[in-house]
Design a protein around this ligand. Structure first.
Ligand SMILES: Nc1ncnc2c1ncn2[C@@H]1O[C@H](COP(=O)(O)OP(=O)(O)O)[C@@H](O)[C@H]1O
Ligand SMILES: [Mg+2]
Length: 235
C-alpha cells in the first residue's frame, strides 16, 4: 500500500532523514522505532504531506503522491495522529469528531453513522460527547484524536507516539485499541519509543537511528535482537 523510497528530509541546512525506504502492505501493522531525534516524526509528517521531501518518492498503491498537500493525502486515504495530540479544546468531543470528517462534510448520514461507530469503539468518548475536548484526560484526548483521524475513513493510519506520557493502564488500553483496529483490517504505521509494546502488536518493524534505517525485520526478529535495544532505546 505504502512505498517510501530513498526519502531525504531537511530543515534548512539540517538533514534530519537520509535514504529512508520502507513499505507497509495492506492490512499490515508496521512499527517505526528509534530514540528521540531519530527522525520518526519527520518521516510520518512527510508521508502525511506535511513536510516536503528534499528528495525521494512516496507511493500509495503504486501512485506517486510525493509533494501532495496534507488535505489531498487525507482524501487519498492517509490520516495522521500527530504526537502533539491536538484536540480542539473549546469544541465538544462530538464536534471534534465531526471535524475529522471534513473531507466528506456533505455526507451527513455517513458522518453521523461514523460518529456512532466511534462511540461504540471508544465508549468513554460517548460518555463525554458534549464535554469540551480540553477537559478530557490525556488518555481520553489520545482516544479522541485517534477517533477523529478514523472519521476520515482512512485506509492507512499513521500514529505518532500514541502512548507518550500516559499512565501504564491507559497505555495498555491504547494498545488494545490498536490491536482491535488491526483485527478490523486497518493498515497502520506506528511510531513508538515504547518498543516492547509496539513490537507486541506489530507485524514488522524498522529501527531508525540518526535519520537512517538501522535495522528492519519481523517484529519477532527485532524483539529478539538484543543488540538492537541500544539502538531503539537510545543507549
Ligand atoms: N521543525 C524543526 N526544525 C528543525 N529541526 C527539526 C524540526 N523538527 C525536527 N527537527 C530535527 O530533526 C531531527 C529528527 O526529529 P524528529 O523527526 O522529531 O525525530 P523523532 O520523532 O524520532 O524524535 C532531530 O534532529 C530534530 O532536532
Ligand atoms: Mg517524534
Amino acid at each position: 500500500m505504502l512505498d517510501v523510497a530513498a526519502l531525504e528530509l531537511r530543515y534548512g541546512a539540517i538533514r534530519a532523514v537520509r535514504d529512508v525506504s520502507l513499505t507497509v502492505g495492506e492490512g499490515e501493522l508496521v512499527a517505526l522505532l528509534g530514540a528521540n531525534g531519530a527522525g520518526k516524526s519527520s518521516t510520518l509528517r512527510a508521508i502525511a504531506g506535511a513536510h516536503k521531501p528534499a528528495s525521494g518518492t512516496i507511493r500509495l498503491n503504486g501512485e506517486n503522491v510525493t509533494n501532495q498537500s496534507p488535505e489531498r493525502m487525507v482524501r487519498n486515504g492517509v490520516a495522521m495522529v500527530p504526537e502533539t495530540r491536538d484536540v480542539f479544546p473549546d469544541l465538544t468531543v462530538a464536534e471534534n469528531l465531526r471535524l475529522g470528517a471534513f473531507t466528506r462534510r456533505s455526507d451527513e448520514a455517513g458522518v453521523d453513522e461514523d460518529t456512532q461507530r466511534m462511540f461504540r469503539l471508544f465508549p468513554i468518548l460517548s460518555e463525554r460527547a458534549e464535554q469540551a475536548g480540553g477537559t478530557l484526560s490525556g488518555g481520553e484526548q489520545q482516544m479522541l484524536v485517534i477517533a477523529r483521524a478514523l472519521m476520515s475513513r482512512p485506509r492507512l493510519l499513521l500514529l505518532d507516539e500514541p502512548s507518550l506520557g500516559l499512565a501504564p493502564t491507559i497505555v495498555g488500553r491504547i494498545f488494545d485499541m490498536i490491536a482491535e483496529l488491526k483485527s478490523g483490517g486497518l493498515t497502520m504505521l506506528l511510531v513508538e519509543q515504547n518498543a516492547a509494546k509496539a513490537l507486541a502488536v506489530a507485524d514488522r518493524a524498522y529501527v531508525m537511528r540518526s535519520g537512517e534505517i538501522a535495522a528492519e525485520g519481523t517484529a519477532a526478529d527485532i524483539a529478539a535482537a538484543s543488540d538492537l535495544k541500544a539502538l531503539y532505546l537510545g543507549g
